[in-house]
Design a protein around this ligand. Structure first.
Ligand SMILES: Nc1ncnc2c1ncn2[C@@H]1O[C@H](COP(=O)(O)OP(=O)(O)O)[C@@H](O)[C@H]1O
Ligand SMILES: [Mg+2]
Length: 457
């Protein structure tokens, strides 16, 4: 059973709710992707900075070793032999003084045979099993390389609550070269390689900082999207409540059981199965009667409802526009011409919807009285502090015999009339502080006069 008052409330807000969930997922997904991208670039920047630093440090070590160890040793001893404790101590002191305070955890020097000839850890000396592939590359291609040694991946580290020191190590492999006379190592110069320097730095602290940063971004993004989502939900809830209240109010005012009977009959009529002519006729009768009764009940409710009109400024021209606009099709069908002679800019205080209803009832009565082609003249003019509206039709006019009873509820001369049209008009107009007068024009036809106080100022 389609009940039209449920659709406007249920549908759009269900959709809005769905949209807000979608947007939550979208915002969250976007913020996670963003945080990954940002973190990745932060991580790359950190890595590049550390690499630059390592490169400068290695270059400095190269320089110091060459100037303050290799050259003096060659002069003093004739050759380099690190197995001699004197030479070894001298190199060790030099290396220690250069790396002092610089977070370098280990320095090793490999000779051409990939044997450890120097190490800050003496236990490594002479070992042949420590040289990785980078050493070979450095000896052959003479290019430095930078490697990160880690037991876990960065993404695993994200979910590791406590990163042990040494979890992330930057290992720099740097060919040690003989310097030229200016104390420089030219890139394109093939100055001989003395050995390979391997230097490790613990970058766990920096990695920790990046991880904290990543969590900060994820946290901020999810928090703000949750707040946004919460606000959206609150807004939708409130709007839904307002809508529900409005629907209930509407139902209370509009819905009567006849409406259900009418639409049920309509539904059955439209069903292909109701092709049986007898059934169809009965359904049609139910439909017509229910429609008529429903109109009567609505009219009566309108009539009986206590009226306390609003005090809005109402431009009566606009109200007439709406009435004539609504009746346009009907007027054309019945070949009724409407002449409008209204002073512009007339405004009254009241309820535009009620005044619409009053003018509408008057117009419908005129059309029904003419029952065919004819003309209606609508005039509006200012008269002192009142406005006077007149609706004159070319019908038979009011029957003088009924003059006294026209405003009585349920008085009608029509077979399908409710007799509530004019009483409703009367009640609306008097509640606006105005008056209703019914007359016949000297040249024939009915005239309905409506007087309303003009809106002050
Ligand atoms: N423009 C009109 N010309 C002639 N008679 C009218 C006109 N308007 C109303 N009447 C008479 O007044 C009666 C009451 O009108 P109304 O209260 O609107 O009820 P209804 O239109 O349902 O009959 C009508 O039945 C009709 O006889
Ligand atoms: Mg009527």
């Amino acid at each position: 059973m389609p009940r039209r008052f449920e659709l406007p409330g249920g549908l759009p807000f269900g959709f809005a709710r769905f949209l807000s969930w979608v947007s939550l997922v979208l915002i969250l997904a976007t913020s996670i992707v963003m945080s990954v991208i940002i973190t990745d670039s932060a991580r790359n920047t950190m890595f590049r900075k550390q690499q630059e630093f390592a490169s400068l440090l290695a270059e400095n070590l190269n320089h110091q070793i060459y100037r303050r160890f290799t050259l003096p040793t060659l002069v003093g001893f004739g050759r380099i032999a690190l197995r001699q404790p004197v030479q070894y101590e001298r190199l060790d002191q030099l290396v220690q003084s250069v790396i002092h305070g610089l977070q370098v955890s280990r320095v090793r020097i490999y000779d051409h045979g990939k044997i450890v000839s120097y190490s800050t850890d003496r236990a490594d000396l002479g070992r042949t099993d420590l040289a990785g592939p980078e050493i070979t590359v450095a000896l052959r291609d003479e290019d430095p390389s930078y490697t990160i040694d880690a037991d876990i991946s960065f993404w695993q580290a994200l979910f590791t609550p406590r990163l042990e020191p040494g979890s992330f190590i930057l290992r720099t492999t740097y060919p040690l070269r003989v310097e030229n006379r200016l104390g420089r190592i030219d890139d394109d110069d093939d100055s001989p390689i003395m050995g390979v320097l391997e230097m490790t730095q613990d970058i766990t602290n920096d990695t920790r900082a990046i991880i904290a940063f990543q969590w900060l971004i994820i946290g901020t993004a999810s928090l703000s999207s949750l707040v946004l989502f919460g606000m959206l939900l609150v807004f939708i809830r409130r709007a839904e409540r307002v809508m529900a209240e409005r629907m209930q109010e509407k139902q209370r005012l509009e819905r009567n059981p006849l409406g259900i009977i009418r639409s049920s009959a309509e539904l059955l009529l439209k069903r292909p199965s109701s092709s049986d002519p007898v059934t169809a006729r009965i359904l049609e009768a139910i439909y017509d009667e229910a429609k008529r009764l429903s109109q009567t009940v609505n009219d009566f409710l309108d009539y009986a409802r206590p009226r306390q009109p609003r005090q809005d400024p109402v431009e009566t021209d606009g109200v007439l526009d709406r009435v004539l606009g609504f009746l346009e099709g009907e007027l054309a069908r019945r070949e009724v011409a409407v002449t409008r002679e209204t002073e512009p800019g007339i405004a009254v205080s009241g309820d535009g919807d009620l005044l619409y209803r009053a003018f509408y009832n008057i117009m419908v009565n005129a059309l029904q009285a003419m029952d065919g082609p004819g003309s209606v003249t609508v005039t509006a003019r200012r008269d002192g502090d009142e406005a006077e509206f007149a609706f004159r039709d070319s019908g038979p006019g009011f029957d003088p015999a009924n003059r006294e009873r026209l405003l009585d509820p349920f008085f009608t001369t029509k077979d399908d009339g409710t007799g509530l049209g004019l009483p409703i008009v009367n009640s609306i107009i008097t509640s606006h502080g105005g008056s209703l007068r019914i007359d016949n024009a000297p040249e024939g036809g009915a005239v309905v006069y409506v007087r309303l106080p003009l809106r002050s100022e």
